[in-house]
Design a protein around this ligand. Structure first.
Ligand SMILES: [Zn+2]
Ligand SMILES: [Zn+2]
Length: 752
């Protein structure tokens, strides 16, 4: 007698067994470059090395992993690997809290996170994993810095940063508490101006915009990813016109193209090249100077309180009336570093500024009825150049030295990497890197005289600009020279990435990666990416929330993936996050999805094993009686008559199921795919019920058909619940050497 209870579903045992086999077979090693084979690079997001994989990561990697396994099962060569985003503030704060150096902290965190991810069974090629804080990796950030600097796309400017006088340090915005105080000492925070390194993205913003429609037309960018790019772009359509100014013309922009005649003032960004000339009046210049160097209170960033400087000068509007000229940083966040017309009648912010500056409600005299001003259509983008340097110690050292005789000198490429001292212990105050004499004092690469190193480091956002590339480099080529790596066929083979799967908060990263790819295309190293697009496809998923709110320790609503895995197994957790919601929607966590998916997997397991046992029992009794052939004759005839149409229908259901799920998988609609797989299981059970109802028992032919259908089910479950699916596939006697099942209809045997 078969006893399915004997083979109980024990996820922890099954998962341990499969994972050991994967390791033994190096199942997820990236195949070597073979141009004639279909191949793709799936780019998962690079996690901050925070120490723990959270349920949002599980969602993200379950989508990417299902896609990677699906494509492998179809016979494609897949690169699926990532690096840890290990530099930056989160790691620095973690190290401060843990009382260790940041390098120790991130090494410990990455190890723990890798363990968690392996336990979940994600098919990353771990041999290609890396930390962005490895010297072999951050030399690429330094290479990128020098390359862009030489091309004029990085420049030195001044920028406003949040500064704490007590801690003598700049603060990231997340370190500024509500109410504008310092996270560390709770003292006041000021915006001050400091020299900064800038990335000139403006050179490629318009191309990113122009290529947006191609992204949309490709069908490989989902709606959230596309929308994120529009938001970062911040495109404003309007008109611009030239007003006569003392030294020539001043070009002003307005999005209110029908209201040019109602303009009441002109507003300049403090970063506008002509701002100083307009503020030539000593009082105005002093104010501009204060604005730039002294900073202003963090609370004063709204239209009601943001500084507005009256230059005391006017400019002639197209209608002839004189418009006062003001300077204010309010322009920057709305239009970029430009000059705009103030149109209080049509613009709430302009209305506030007009009132604050004491402009009369109505213009004096008759409104100008002069001819329409000569304006031309124009576009402004809110996306503008941003700073890439930070006054912090845990980051990529900027390869620049300051020499008394030569000035600012880039470190030559062949002297990279400029190594970051590893024994730094940040406290949150000052910049510890600036206090290490051995780091700071150096010789000038140009004249050999004494020089000082730049002690600002690169923001980890800058590392991210290149972080999508190193996974393409085979581990044994990683230590090669920069030239060797750039010449590798591997880069040309795997890039651009076929699909990025990342959280919906990655819009800025992706936008800037798209910018830099275009720059490197034009400079040369990525010339083979003709459209300058690093990702052919992009899927942005929303986050996992709980009780309708963002998960936080404070609210006590954090879902711990480790706990769930220990209780239900990785397959259940993976299936549940895919089943619970479309990627483009927030996943409001509830245990019911986990319970539902766990019940489903238990049923599939028990059902399949019961049928395998039944088939084994029959084979045994047939062998013992030796009379199998004698009975088959008349019974078989009868059976064909009665139930052949049912078997045909089952096979049709399988076929349709495969078609649908294949389509879903190609579109990364895992949520629908899972439902279609579940539906097929219902139909398989339904077939048995009808067949037994007709004949009183399951005939041999019907059992065989059922086992075939269950094999198809296992094949289609494999991307979602790989451990269980492969184990069943193997128990069904279909596995050949423990390999993962191919996709239904696909033969993975490479023809000779
Ligand atoms: Zn402070
Ligand atoms: Zn020098």
């Amino acid at each position: 007698m078969s006893d399915p209870a004997r083979i109980k579903y024990e996820p922890l045992a099954v998962e341990g067994r499969r994972q050991a086999l994967w390791r033994e077979q190096a199942a997820f090693t990236t195949p070597p470059v073979a141009e004639d084979r279909p191949h793709l690079y799936i780019k998962p997001s690079a996690p901050f090395t925070s120490g723990n994989i959270h349920i949002g990561h599980v969602r993200s990697y379950s989508i990417g992993d299902a896609y990677a396994r699906f494509r492998r099962a179809r016979g494609d060569d897949v690169l699926f690997a990532f690096g840890f985003d290990a530099f930056g503030l989160p790691a620095e704060l973690g190290a401060i809290a843990g009382g260790v150096s940041p390098s120790e902290w991130v090494a410990r965190c990455a190890e723990h996170m890798q363990g968690q991810l392996e336990r979940l069974g994600f098919s990353f090629d771990w041999d290609r994993a890396f930390l962005s804080s490895d010297a072999g990796m951050y030399r690429w950030s330094q290479w990128l810095f020098l390359t862009l600097l030489q091309a004029g796309l990085i420049y030195r400017g001044t920028g406003n940063v949040d500064w704490c006088d007590n801690c003598e340090t700049t603060l990231a915005s997340i370190q500024v508490e509500e109410g504008g105080t310092c996270w560390r000492c709770h003292g006041p925070v000021r915006l001050v101006e400091m020299p900064q390194w800038y990335l000139r993205i403006s050179a490629y913003v318009a191309e990113n915009d122009a290529r947006q429609s191609e992204r949309a037309a490709s069908g490989k960018w989902d709606e959230v990813a596309l929308a994120s790019q529009q938001i970062v772009l911040g495109r404003l359509d309007g008109v611009e016109l030239d007003l006569p100014a003392p030294g020539g013309l001043l070009t002003v922009f307005t999005p209110h193209q029908d209201a040019v005649a109602q303009a009441r003032f002109v507003l300049l960004s403090p970063r506008h090249p002509d701002a100083d000339a307009w503020a030539s009046d000593p009082a105005a210049l002093a104010q501009l100077d204060t604005l730039r160097t002294g900073g202003w209170e963090r609370s004063s960033r709204e239209a009601e309180t943001i500084p507005v400087i009256d230059t005391g000068r006017t400019i002639a509007a197209p209608g002839g009336e004189q418009l006062p000229v003001y300077i204010s940083p309010v322009v920057d966040s709305r239009f970029g570093a430009t000059a705009v017309l103030g149109v209080p009648a049509h613009d709430r912010t302009d209305e506030v500024i007009a009132r604050r500056m004491g402009l009369p409600e109505e213009p004096e005299g008759e409104p100008a009825t002069a001819s329409r001003p000569a304006s031309r259509p124009a576009v402004r983008y809110r996306a503008f150049d941003f700073t890439i340097s930070r006054q912090r110690s845990w980051g990529t050292p900027i390869p620049i030295v300051y020499c008394e005789s030569c000035g600012t000198v880039p470190v030559p490429q062949d002297q990279l990497p400029v190594l970051l001292p590893l024994d730094i212990k940040p406290t949150g105050a000052g910049n510890p890197l600036a206090e290490i004499d051995e780091f700071v004092n150096t010789t000038c690469p140009s004249c050999g005289g004494p020089a000082r190193r730049e002690t600002d480091t690169l923001d980890c956002h800058f590392d991210a600009l290149w972080l999508w590339v190193p996974a393409c480099v085979p581990p044994d080529a990683r230590d090669g020279s920069l030239e060797e790596i750039l010449a590798l066929a591997d880069l040309r083979h795997w890039l651009p990435s076929e699909r990025l799967v990342a959280g919906s908060d990655s819009g800025n990263f992706v936008f800037d990666q798209r910018i830099v790819t275009k720059a490197l295309r034009d400079i040369g190293p990525l010339a083979f990416i003709e459209d300058g697009e690093p990702f052919a496809g992009c899927l942005f998923h929303e986050m996992v929330i709980s009780g309708g709110r963002k998960m936080s320790k404070h609210l006590g609503n954090v879902v711990d993936p480790d706990e769930l895995v220990a209780r239900y197994g990785a397959d259940t957790v993976r299936l549940a996050v895919l089943y619970a919601a479309r990627p483009q929607r927030s996943l409001n966590w509830s245990d019911s999805a986990v319970l539902r998916c766990n019940r489903f997997l238990n049923q599939v397991w028990d059902y399949t094993h019961a049928k395998i046992a039944l088939a084994a029992t029959r084979a045994d009794s047939e062998a013992n009686s030796g009379s199998g052939t004698a009975q088959a004759g008349p019974d078989g005839e009868q059976e064909r008559d009665q139930t052949e149409h049912m078997r045909l229908r089952l096979s049709k259901w399988c076929e349709t199921g495969v078609e649908k799920v294949t389509e879903d998988m190609e579109a990364l609609e895992m949520h629908t795919a899972v439902r279609n797989v579940m539906r097929l299981f219902d139909r398989i059970k339904d077939f048995e019920k009808r067949a037994v109802g007709r004949q009183g028992e399951l005939s041999d032919a019907n059992l065989a058909a059922l086992l075939d259908a269950l094999a198809v089910l296992a094949q289609m479950l494999a991307p979602f619940t790989p451990h269980l699916a492969e184990d069943l596939w193997s128990s069904l006697g279909r596995a050949d050497g423990g390999a993962s099942p191919p996709w239904p209809g696909v033969s993975l045997v490479v023809p000779a």
